[in-house]
Write a protein that binds this ligand. Structure first.
Ligand SMILES: Cc1cc2nc3c(=O)[nH]c(=O)nc-3n(C[C@H](O)[C@H](O)[C@H](O)COP(=O)(O)OP(=O)(O)OC[C@H]3O[C@@H](n4cnc5c(N)ncnc54)[C@H](O)[C@@H]3O)c2cc1C
Length: 594
C-alpha cells in the first residue's frame, strides 16, 4: 500500500496521486459547522422564496428583476462570502463559498448571473485590485447596486483566450483607448462594471476595469439553448477611454488574472453542478414515486432504481471531492501567514489546487449532465415538455461543459499541470513512476492485510493510483516533450486521474461516516462501493487504450499483464447497492446523503 498521510494540512496539489490519505483529516459535508449550515439555509431560502417563483419572469429577460435579486443577495451577505471583512464582505472560508454555490445552482439562470457578478468580478478585484480599486468598486458590487461582468472571450478566441484581439492603446497621459469586441458575456446586457482583457501596445495581455458609462455598448441578446433567464451579449468598445489606474494587476499580467480567476471559478462551477444534481434527484425521486405504470409506481422497477441509484452515486462522488478540495484550500490558506484583508493566500491556494479545480469542473459538469439526462428519462414524455422543469434543467446545464474552459481544455490541463510540476521537481511523480516500474517487474507483493472499513475499496484505489502512475510514466518516457501533441493519451490520463480523485474522495468520506457512526453510514458505503467498482472498469478501459497507443508486441503484452495484476478488483453487488440508494432517495423524496 502507498504510505498514508493525514490531510488537509499536509497534502499539496496533486499529491494524493502519490500517497494514501487518512479519512480523519478529509473535509466532508458531514463536517460542516453550524455557521456553514446557517449560511446554506439562508441561500436556500433566498432561492426557494425569491428566485424560483420568478424564473419565468427572468426568462422573459426582466433584467430589472435580475438586478433586484442580485441586490437581495447583497442584503443577505451572499455576495461577500469571499470578501474580507475589511472591505465590507463576510470573509468566510471556501467551504462557505462551496455551500452557497451549491444552493444558488437550483436556479441555473440566476446562478449564472450571480456567478458572473460574485465570482468573476468581485473575486478578481479582491485578489488583484489595488487598495484604491477595492475602495472604489467593492462597496457598490457588494451591495448589488453595481453589477459586474467578465469579458475574456471573443469571436476568434475562446479556448485560446490569450489570442484576444481587443486592443488597449496607451495614451500620452497614461490612460488607454479600448477598441474591439467581446463575445458571449454573461450579464453583458445590463452590467455596469466589466473586467476586460485586452492587448496593450500590441502584445501585452492585460486586465482592465471598465465602467459602462465610459462608452461600453452591448450587442443584442444571444438566442441560447438554455439559461434564458441570464443575459448573454457581445460587448463593443470604440475608443473607450480607460484611466491608467484601472489596470487590474499589471500591464502584461492579464494571464495571471484570467487563469487564477478561472481556477477559483471552476471549483465553484463544480459546486453549482453538485447542487443542481441534488435538486434533480429530488425531482426524479418524487416523480418516480408518484407516476404509476402497469399498476405500480415506476420507482418499483429495477431499471428506474438503477438510474436513481446511479444519480446518487455520481452526485456523492463529486460532492465528496468538492468538500475535500475546499478543506485543502482552507487548510492551506490557514497555514499561510497573512493579514485577513490580504487575498494573496487565497490566490496561492487556488493555484496550488488548480488540478483539483479542473477535476471539479469536468467531473461536476459531466455528472450533472448524466443526472439531468436520466431525470428526463424518468419523467418520460413529461420530461420532454415544458410543463415540468426537467427539460429546462437539461438545456440550462449543457453549457457547463463549454464555459470556464471547455472540458477538453480542462482535461488537457489536468495531466499537463501534474507533469509540469513533476518536471519542476515540485511533485515526485517521476521517482514514484520509476519505483512502480521496479515493483511491477519484481515478484508479486503480498496483498495488504488491511481489513478495516472499506478495505477492499482502499486496495482498489491504491491500484488505481498505480495504474495512473504506470500510464503517466510510460507516456512521459514514450513521448517526452512531444506528449502535448498526444491529446488522446492525455485525455485518457485525465480520465484516470479524475476517477482516482473522485473514487478516493468518495471512499474516504464513506469511511469517515462509518467511523463516526453517522446515521446513514450504510448508504455512504453503498455509494462509495458502487463508484469505486465502476471507476475500476473505466480506469482499466482507459489504461488499455492508452497502453495500446504507446507500445505494441511483447511490451504491450507485458504491460497488459501488469495492468491485470494491478487491477485485480473483486466486483461488488452494485445492483443491490443501487437499489438501496434509490429506495432511500424515493423514500425521502430527495438526495439521501445530504
Ligand atoms: C452562455 C455562455 C456564457 C458565457 N459567458 C462568458 C463570460 O461571461 N465571459 C467570457 O469571457 N466568456 C463567456 N463565454 C464564452 C465561453 O467561455 C467560450 O465559449 C468557451 O471558452 C469556449 O470557447 P469557444 O466557444 O470559442 O470554443 P472553441 O475554443 O472554438 O472550441 C471549440 C471546440 O474545440 C475544442 N478545442 C479548442 N481548442 C482546443 C485544443 N487546443 N485542443 C483540443 N480541443 C480544443 C473545444 O474544447 C471545443 O470542443 C460564455 C459562453 C456561453 C455559451
Amino acid at each position: 500500500m502507498m504510505p498514508i498521510t493525514t490531510e488537509p494540512t499536509i497534502l499539496r496539489g496533486g499529491e494524493w496521486l502519490l500517497q494514501g490519505s487518512s479519512a480523519d483529516g478529509v473535509f466532508t459535508p458531514e463536517r460542516l459547522t453550524d455557521e456553514h449550515r446557517l449560511i446554506a439555509q439562508t441561500a436556500q431560502e433566498f432561492v426557494d422564496n425569491e428566485v424560483l417563483p420568478k424564473l419565468d419572469q427572468l426568462e422573459q429577460k426582466d433584467w430589472a428583476l435580475a438586478r433586484h435579486l442580485v441586490k437581495r443577495g447583497g442584503d443577505l451577505g451572499l455576495l461577500g462570502v469571499d470578501v474580507p471583512e475589511a472591505y465590507g464582505g463576510v470573509g468566510l472560508d471556501k467551504v462557505t463559498s462551496l455551500v452557497v454555490s451549491e444552493k444558488m445552482a437550483r436556479s441555473a439562470s440566476f446562478g449564472a448571473t450571480f456567478g458572473a457578478h460574485a465570482n468573476l468580478t468581485i473575486v478578481p478585484i479582491v485578489l488583484f485590485g489595488t487598495e484604491a480599486q477595492k475602495q472604489k468598486y467593492l462597496p457598490g458590487l457588494l451591495s448589488g447596486e453595481v453589477l459586474g461582468a467578465y469579458g475574456l472571450s471573443e469571436s476568434g478566441s475562446g479556448s485560446d483566450a490569450l489570442g484576444a484581439r481587443t486592443k488597449a492603446t496607451r495614451q500620452a497621459d497614461g490612460s488607454f483607448l479600448l477598441n474591439g469586441e467581446k463575445m458571449w458575456i454573461t450579464n453583458g446586457g445590463f452590467a455596469d462594471l466589466f473586467v476586460i482583457f485586452a492587448k496593450v501596445d500590441g502584445d501585452q495581455f492585460t486586465a482592465l476595469l471598465v465602467e459602462r458609462g465610459w462608452g461600453v455598448k452591448s450587442g443584442k441578446e444571444e438566442h441560447k439553448m438554455g439559461l434564458h433567464g441570464s443575459s448573454t451579449t457581445a460587448l463593443i468598445f470604440q475608443d473607450v477611454k480607460v484611466p491608467a489606474e484601472n489596470v487590474l494587476s499589471e500591464v502584461g499580467k492579464g494571464h495571471k488574472v484570467a487563469f487564477n480567476v478561472l481556477n477559483f471559478a471552476r471549483f465553484k462551477l463544480g459546486a453549482m453542478c453538485s447542487g443542481g444534481a441534488q435538486a434533480a434527484i429530488a425531482e426524479s425521486a418524487k416523480y418516480a414515486a408518484a407516476r404509476r405504470q402497469f399498476g405500480q409506481p415506476i420507482a418499483s422497477f429495477g431499471a428506474i432504481k438503477h438510474k436513481i441509484g446511479e444519480m446518487v452515486v455520481r452526485t456523492y462522488a463529486i460532492e465528496s471531492l468538492l468538500y475535500r478540495t475546499a478543506g485543502l484550500v482552507d487548510a492551506r490558506i490557514a497555514a499561510t501567514p497573512h493579514e485577513a484583508s490580504d487575498g494573496s493566500a487565497a490566490l496561492a491556494a487556488f493555484e496550488e489546487y488548480n488540478v483539483e479545480s479542473s477535476i471539479a469542473k469536468v467531473a461536476g459538469s459531466e455528472a450533472l449532465n448524466y443526472v439531468l439526462d436520466e431525470n428526463i428519462q424518468i419523467h418520460g414524455g413529461n420530461g420532454y415538455v415544458r410543463d415540468y422543469p426537467a427539460e429546462r434543467h437539461y438545456r440550462d446545464a449543457r453549457v457547463n461543459r463549454i464555459f470556464e474552459g471547455t472540458n477538453e481544455i480542462n482535461r488537457l490541463l489536468i495531466p499537463g499541470m501534474l507533469i509540469r510540476r513533476a518536471l519542476k521537481g515540485d511533485l515526485p511523480l517521476i521517482p514514484a513512476a520509476k519505483a512502480l516500474q521496479d515493483e511491477l517487474l519484481g515478484p508479486p507483493s503480498m496483498p495488504s492485510s488491511d481489513d478495516g472499513v472499506l478495505a477492499d475499496e482502499r486496495r482498489a484505489v491504491d491500484a488505481f493510483k498505480k495504474t495512473a502512475l504506470m500510464i503517466f510514466g510510460l507516456a512521459m518516457q514514450t513521448y517526452g516533450q512531444k506528449l502535448t501533441d498526444e491529446q488522446e493519451v492525455l485525455m485518457h490520463l485525465a480520465d484516470i486521474t479524475i476517477d482516482v480523485f473522485s473514487a478516493e474522495s468518495a471512499m474516504l468520506r464513506a469511511q469517515a461516516a462509518v467511523e463516526a457512526k453517522a446515521q446513514r453510514s450504510a448508504l455512504h458505503t453503498d455509494a462509495a462501493r458502487v463508484f469505486v467498482s465502476d471507476a475500476g472498469m473505466r480506469i482499466e478501459a482507459s489504461a488499455r487504450q492508452a497502453l495500446a497507443a504507446m507500445v505494441d508486441g511483447d511490451t504491450l503484452r507485458t504491460m497488459l499483464a501488469a495492468l491485470r495484476r494491478l487491477l485485480k478488483v473483486t466486483p461488488v453487488n452494485t445492483v443491490a447497492a443501487r437499489r438501496r440508494l434509490a429506495d432511500a432517495a424515493v423514500g425521502q423524496g430527495g438526495y439521501p446523503l445530504a
